[in-house]
Design a protein around this ligand. Structure first.
Ligand code: HEM
Length: 160
C-alpha cells in the first residue's frame, strides 16, 4: 500500500509541477508577446481555466496519497517537530496550494480574467500580466522547495 501511494504521489507531483512549469515558462510568455489585448487575455484565460481544473485534482491526489503514507508509517507524530522539518515544509506548501486552488484562484484570478475579457473595467492588462508572471514564478519556486523537501523525507538525507 505504501509503495502504491508513493508511486501515485510522485507521478501526480510530476504532472502537476511539470504542468505549472509549462504554463510559467512557455504559455505565459507566449500570451505576453501577443500584441492584441483581447487575444492576449483569451489565450491565457483558456490555458489557466483548463490547467486550474486539473491542478485541483492533482492537489487532492497528492495530499490524499501523502496523508495515507504518513498514517501508514505513523509519521504524523513527526509533523511540527525538528526531525520532521522537511515533512512539515512539504505539508505546509500543500496547504498553501490547497487555499490557492480552491479559494483564491476561482475567487480572484478567474473573476479578474473574466472582467478583462468582458472589458467591464479599465485595466492595465500589461501590469496585470506582469504580476501574474511574478506569481507563477513564486508558485513554481515554492513547489520545487516542496519537491526537494519530499526527496529529503523519502531518502532521509541529514539536513540539520
Ligand atoms: C506541494 C505538495 C507536495 C509535493 C510537491 C510533494 C512532493 C514529494 C516528492 C517529490 C517526494 C519524494 C518522492 C521520492 O523521492 O520518491 C515526496 C515524498 C513524500 N511526501 Fe510529498 N509532496 C507534497 C505534499 C505532501 C503532503 C501533503 C504529504 C502528507 C502530509 C506528503 C507526504 C509525503 C511523504 C510521507 C513522502 C515520503 C515517502 C517515502 O518515504 O517514501 N507530501 N513528496
Amino acid at each position: 500500500m505504501f509503495m502504491l501511494m508513493h508511486i501515485i504521489h510522485l507521478l501526480t507531483v510530476i504532472l502537476w509541477i511539470g504542468g505549472l512549469a509549462f504554463v510559467t515558462v512557455i504559455m505565459l510568455p507566449i500570451a505576453i508577446n501577443t500584441k492584441e489585448p483581447l487575444q492576449k487575455v483569451l489565450s491565457f484565460q483558456r490555458v489557466e481555466h483548463r490547467f486550474a481544473k486539473q491542478a485541483r485534482i492533482y492537489n487532492v491526489i497528492t495530499g490524499a496519497s501523502g496523508f495515507v503514507m504518513l498514517y501508514i508509517n505513523g509519521w504524523h507524530h513527526l509533523l511540527f517537530t525538528r526531525q520532521g522539518l522537511a515533512l512539515t515544509v512539504m505539508t505546509m506548501i500543500w496547504v498553501f496550494w490547497f487555499v490557492m486552488l480552491w479559494g483564491l484562484e476561482p475567487l480572484i484570478i478567474r473573476k479578474m480574467l473574466d472582467k478583462m475579457m468582458k472589458g467591464e473595467e479599465k485595466m492595465d492588462i500589461d501590469g496585470v500580466f506582469r504580476k501574474m508572471v511574478k506569481l507563477h514564478w513564486v508558485m513554481m519556486a515554492v513547489s520545487l522547495v516542496a519537491a526537494a523537501a519530499g526527496a529529503l523525507t523519502a531518502h532521509g538525507y541529514p539536513i540539520i
